[in-house]
Design a protein around this ligand. Structure first.
Ligand code: SAM
Ligand code: SF4
Length: 343
């Protein structure tokens, strides 16, 4: 596909927000569609966006490249399920030129793993080194109940294929009250036994998914206290600018992360922004304020309008977020779904 040539573009200033934070990490949702219907993420019957609203693969490449030109060093493709987007390997392939040029440190993805067996080799060939795979349970029936449409075997085969291809895997597990809370020790031992980090994620109040969110909410402070009774957890200092806090599990030697987006513990070091599959830029996962980048992308072939829109948006990046689960109304604090902004 035709690609935007960064090397012929004039030098551009890095993106620094009003609080002095360098924006070096971009997460891009490449589709709102998915082959699963996880209960905490989607309703069973979803209406997806019309194709014309989605950025084309060429537009996604141009958009990502514009951010790379402005100092973004890490790209994460997400969704929806990124690996169900038709032709997605051409995007990985074209973006890999920024790895080769040294402008990007990393291209990675977050996936449900269902298509990994098919794509692991190609991902590796396009310079991907690490993949986050979401997996909430090792019990096939429970897996089906949580994902509604997914098959555990297929995901496990995907993880096998990815490891065989030489990709480093991190497992993400959403902590769900009364659903998988009894499985965390087993999941930790399984993941660490295979050389994979595991991160537990607190369920977030995003999107109306037709079920009581309060029923799923399990505070990770409680999970951590319980795990502390079973394992020796040593606090680690590795902060990646991201929301995870890590501990080393003495018994397994592996790393365990905790992502608690409901508590304000990472906004100060936030280096990231997100773009949806329609080109809407969210400066903060927990705030509604957004900027449309599709219009400037489509308005001209040059990138001046796009850069101007990005600059204007970054100047509005808020200091932090303010998630609440609305207990009186049992409503999500934010109406958009996770598959739109990406995790
Ligand atoms: N489909 C891919 C996957 O599942 O990994 C990528 C997109 S998914 C939206 C990204 C991450 O967000 C997954 O780890 C998923 O478990 C997590 N997620 C989705 N909805 C969530 C919610 N309401 N609260 C917390 N995590 C959520
Ligand atoms: Fe799909 Fe990922 Fe959402 Fe599950 S969490 S429905 S796999 S986008």
């Amino acid at each position: 596909m035709p690609v935007y040539d960064l090397d012929s573009a004039p030098g551009r200033a890095p993106l620094i927000d009003p609080f002095g934070r360098d924006i070096t990490y971009l997460r891009v949702s490449v589709t709102d569609r998915c082959d699963f219907r996880c209960v905490y993420c989607m309703a069973e019957h979803m209406t997806f966006l019309p194709k014309a609203d989605l950025l084309t693969l060429e537009e996604l490449d141009r958009l990502c490249s514009a951010f790379v030109a402005r100092g973004v060093r890490k790209l994460r493709l997400t969704g929806g399920e990124p690996l169900v987007r038709r032709g997605i390997m051409t995007l990985f392939s074209s973006l890999s030129r920024h790895l080769a040029s040294g402008r990007l440190d990393e291209i990675t993805l977050t996936t449900n793993g269902s298509q990994l067996a098919r794509y692991a080799g190609e991902l590796k060939a396009h310079g991907v080194r690490r993949v986050n795979v979401s997996l909430d349970t090792l019990d096939a029936e429970k897996f089906r109940a949580i994902t509604r449409w997914g098959a555990l075997d297929q995901v496990l085969a995907g993880i096998d294929a990815a490891q065989a291809a030489g990709l480093k895997i991190k497992i993400n597990t959403v902590a769900l009250k009364g659903v998988n809370e009894d499985e965390f020790p087993r999941l930790i031992e399984w993941a660490h036994g295979r050389g994979m980090d595991l991160t537990l994620i607190e369920v977030m109040p995003l999107g109306d998914i037709g079920e009581g969110r309060l029923d799923q909410y399990l505070p990770l402070s409680l999970v951590r206290a319980r795990l502390g009774g079973r394992f020796s957890l040593a606090e680690l200092d590795d902060r990646t600018g991201g929301p995870a806090r890590y501990v080393r599990v003495a018994e397994t030697g592996g790393r365990l992360g905790f992502i608690t987006p409901l508590t304000h513990n990472f906004c100060e070091s936030c280096n990231r922004v997100r773009v949806t599959c329609t080109g809407t830029l969210y400066m903060c996962l927990g705030q509604e304020d957004a900027a449309d980048l599709r219009q400037p992308l489509r308005a001209s072939e040059g990138n001046d309008l796009l850069f101007a829109a990005i600059d204007e948006a970054i100047a509005r990046k808020p200091k932090g977020h303010d998630f609440i689960i609305d207990r009186r109304h049992r409503r999500p604090a934010l109406a958009r779904h996770m598959n739109v902004t990406g995790g």
